[in-house]
Write a protein of this length. Structure first.
Ligand code: SF4
Length: 367
């Protein structure tokens, strides 16, 4: 074989190696799944989409069952264990869907979901029954109807692009959507929820960043769960967004075995602040089907939040929240530091170190 033929064959091999892995057989061949589990994992993949990008594969330690990246993206037979309390629509999107692609739960804001695919599929995904190949994007008519809905509802101040992952859209398509939103006078804020900067950072190109910048103020909420996700390429992608003047927040799901210890979360939140991303929400795991092995108890979550409150700078603190099943919205779930009001009108308040104090204190200067 001549040198150039050899080079082009190697280049082709490298391209193959850098492809997103979607088949259980390929996971087995690459040492990312156990051959003896192939059949059961095929059954998992029949129900829940499987994909892992090359950037994420690079972060997995093959053969380590406790690997925090592998746990999040590699299918597991535990997903076939469905608990009675689990739901196909765990946060209740469906009752708030007036037209395809819109979820309108709160008066001043709504979700616009133009796409139902992601570069990789999280094994704990709260929309796992809806995302994946098959129902890829809204058709142009469906998108026009969704935008007409936004236009008709003048109380909508904020449009939240979600999905799927909206940053998987080609920049030109994304620009079409952001331009259409910018033309709606009452919409002042465009919020984009994405995991692309950690899953597939190469997609955050100058053209994509440009598509996000427009007349409507854009905010990005980055979904990230473990400090290992913040690879050098992910950091560069985040910097490209922040340098373009787009403010970034983060969302993290509390996941058993992945990040359910205060030290891991502390490292993640500190690093995010250094990268100019403000930690926003720490989500209690949703009741999505086949995800029971990821959920912690609320008490464990509160204990972690309490430790974070003690150890971590205020700017690195997210709010620990629960999305109430049935579509009733999201609320902070503590822990609470404030006791009930006593007969004397005073309360007991706990400080971050766990010491109790009376408020208002007795014996102030005014008596
Ligand atoms: S990126 Fe979001 S929507 Fe996509 S699989 Fe992960 S959790 Fe689900």
């Amino acid at each position: 074989m001549g040198a150039s033929a050899y080079e082009s064959e190697r280049a082709e091999e490298r391209r193959e190696e850098r492809k997103t892995v979607r088949q259980v057989g390929d996971l087995v061949d690459r040492g990312l799944a156990d051959r003896s589990e192939r059949e059961v994992l095929e059954r998992v993949a029949e129900r829940f989409s499987v994909a892992i990008t090359p950037d994420l594969v690079d972060l997995v330690t093959p053969g380590d069952p406790a690997d925090p990246i592998g746990l999040q993206f590699l299918p597991s037979k535990r997903e076939l264990r469905i608990l009675p309390e689990e739901r196909v629509d765990p946060i209740g999107d469906d009752p708030h869907t007036p037209v395809k692609g819109i979820t309108h739960r709160y008066p001043d804001r709504l979700l616009l979901k133009p796409v139902h695919v992601c570069p990789a599929y999280c094994r704990f995904c709260f929309r796992r029954e809806k995302v994946g190949p098959g129902s890829e994007v809204l058709s142009s008519d469906e998108l026009a109807a969704a935008l007409a809905y936004v236009r008709r509802h003048e109380q909508v101040w904020e449009v939240i692009l979600s999905g799927g992952d909206p940053l998987i859209l080609p920049p030109r398509k994304l620009a079409e959507i952001t331009r259409a939103i910018a033309a709606i006078d009452h919409v002042k804020v465009l919020r984009v929820h994405t995991r692309v900067p950690v899953m597939d950072p190469g997609r955050i190109t100058a053209e994509l960043v440009e598509a996000l910048r427009g007349r409507t103020t854009a905010w990005i909420v980055l979904h990230t769960n473990h400090p290992r996700e913040l690879s050098p390429r992910a950091r560069e992608a985040i910097a490209r967004l922040v340098d373009a003047g787009i403010p970034l927040l983060s969302q993290t799901v509390l996941l058993r075995g992945v990040n359910d210890d205060a030290k891991t979360l502390e490292a993640l939140f500190r690093e995010l602040v250094v990268l100019r991303v403000k930690p926003y929400y720490l989500h209690h795991g949703d009741l999505a089907v086949g995800t029971g092995h990821f959920r912690t108890s609320i008490e464990d979550g509160q204990a972690i939040a309490r430790t974070l409150r003690r150890e971590l700078s205020g700017i690195a603190q997210p709010t620990y929240v629960l999305d109430i099943p049935g579509g009733y919205g999201k609320v902070p779930i503590g822990p609470s530091y404030l006791g009930p009001e006593g007969e004397d009108g005073r309360r007991v308040v706990e400080d971050p170190a766990g010491r109790e104090h009376v408020y208002p204190p007795r014996g102030g200067d005014g008596r």
